[in-house]
Design a protein around this ligand. Structure first.
Ligand code: AMP
Length: 373
């Protein structure tokens, strides 16, 4: 089968790596001639809005998927007239807009942070009155990795925000003092079959994921079930096919859904070595009508993102059960360049192996040891 992937970043790269052993072929569309997938698959370089590039990309494909959440819905709908696209364009449309996403959670009875629409930035008072202070204001669209977000703590902050916020529709959310952040990776096949990975505990810095622990330590069966129930509702309501990620705040023993991603997700990278079937393979199995693979975790894993710089490969590989993934991207501050997954038979072994990581991971700016709450 020939699979077309919109977006040529590391998620597409890892999808292709997971698909080659299954005999799948890939073609990518990405605006950048430097997209990481260029190393391993043919690609069309062009804008997602360029109809000629879309035609060239789609020619002869059996199925199209996307690895980039901000692909214009128009482009996906255009492709869907010629070739099957999974997840369905409606899922992409919902996930691109924080307001629609939250409204879906609400409609499905999934707990979420209190929120209010902010149609234009200078008209923020009513929204803040509804959610209270402190609050987080986020642009409805195009925000990722903490970009397009402002925390307002005082009435003074609200006044200042009126001038400082971008002139585009936003959403205001109650600032949640959560115990920790968890995410679930779920997958649904074409016949409606579903599978769920164990919840993952995520640690962010400046809005960017730094570390995932999988399975999340000390998760009760109730919390795992609540996450799976929430994901199942979203999957079914969108008639979803493929991998979906939902990020939650754990708050007083309950889950509040923060956001969803209609694609393979950074907090699922651990599944490459840490689960029976990786999220990448399961996404491909789902969109190709193949049976879903087992989502069971094998021992405990820690996934550490390499952001802005990478350590010496030899130093990482000297650590037992450390797996290095480099995406082939030019180093730049704040850029995800790769990740390391550390694997162990149990969480105790994992902690010991964590301590054995080279100096690169022990520096205060990386602060891995201290991040476990
Ligand atoms: P997001 O882009 O919505 O995933 O936000 C990035 C990160 O900002 C989250 O992973 C949280 O650490 C933090 N954050 C976002 N929304 C809230 C909120 N309502 N309350 C507290 N922290 C938040």
């Amino acid at each position: 089968m020939s699979i077309g992937i919109l977006g040529g970043g590391q998620l597409g790269y890892m999808l292709a790596l997971a698909g080659y052993p299954l005999g799948l072929r890939f073609r990518f569309l990405d605006p950048s001639p430097e997209a990481p997938v260029g190393r391993i698959a043919p690609r069309v370089t062009g804008d997602f809005t360029d109809r000629a590039a879309l035609e060239k990309f789609a020619h002869g494909l059996d199925v199209v998927t996307y690895e980039f959440e901000n692909v214009p819905v128009d482009a996906v709908q255009h492709l869907a007239k010629k070739v099957s696209v999974f997840p369905p364009p409606g899922a992409l449309e919902t996930a691109q807009d924080r307001l629609k996403e939250k409204q879906l959670f609400l409609k499905l009875g999934i707990g979420t942070t209190e929120f209010a629409s902010v149609p234009v930035a200078y008209d923020i008072d009513a929204a803040i009155k509804k959610v209270g202070l402190p609050a987080v204001v986020k642009t409805r669209r195009m925000g990722y990795d903490g970009k397009g977000q402002w925390v307002l703590r005082t009435a003074e902050d609200v006044k200042t925000a009126k001038d400082g916020l971008p002139k585009q529709p936003c959403i205001a959310e109650k600032f949640v003092s959560f115990t920790r952040e968890l995410s679930v990776i779920a997958v649904r096949g074409k016949a409606g079959e579903t599978a769920f990975y164990p919840l993952v505990e995520n640690h962010h810095r400046n809005g960017i994921l730094r570390l995932s622990l999988a399975p999340a330590p000390t998760v009760s069966a109730e919390i795992q079930k609540a996450a799976e129930d929430a994901a199942r509702k979203v999957l079914e309501s969108l008639d979803y096919v493929g991998v979906l990620a939902i990020e939650f705040f754990e708050c007083e023993g309950k889950l509040l859904a923060n956001e969803m991603a209609p694609r393979v997700h950074n907090s699922g990278h651990w599944t490459i070595e840490g689960a029976v079937t990786s999220q990448f393979e399961n996404h491909l199995r789902a969109i190709c009508s193949l049976p879903l693979g087992a989502t069971t975790a094998m021992g405990a894993s820690a996934m550490i993102n390499l952001i802005g710089e990478v350590p010496e490969a030899a130093e990482v590989l000297a650590v037992p059960s450390a797996h290095l993934h480099l995406y082939g991207k030019e180093p730049r501050p704040g850029r995800k360049l790769g990740h390391v997954t550390l694997q162990a038979p149990s969480f105790d072994h994992l902690t010991a192996r964590f301590r054995g990581l080279p100096a690169f991971f022990q520096r205060p700016d990386f602060c891995l040891q201290g991040e476990r709450r």
